[in-house]
Design a protein around this ligand. Sequence first.
Ligand SMILES: [Zn+2]
Length: 133
Amino acid sequence: MPDPGSPPGSDPGAGGPVRTCVGCRRRAAVSELLRVVGVAGELVPDHRRRLPGRGAWLHPDRRCLDEAERRRAFGRALRQPGLLDTSRVRALVDPVPGPGAGDAGRGPSRSTAAEPRTTESRSTSREHPVNQP
Ligand SMILES: [Zn+2]
């Protein structure tokens, strides 16, 4: 997979610390990665890399997030049991979630709403015969 973000010749190991993306498992400089931490079962992006606790490193890429989510890599990396809510990180790496994102298997739903509906308005008003004495 080509990486358009890094110019050719740049050595990630020379510029500083290197971490492994939990999504694609590739090593990259921390400046290219997003640190995420788990806070109360929620995956929170840590832009300043200052939040305490264990952190996981992820490319700010939706595919890496999908991959990490699929393998439940966050729970392992952050030592948090159960599933983490990744909505905040997802909103960050995927700002415009299309309406068809996730369920691409849905076919075009053809609705025949133009069909005239026969409303039987049958007035069942029973007229009581007025019995006049
Ligand atoms: Zn990655």
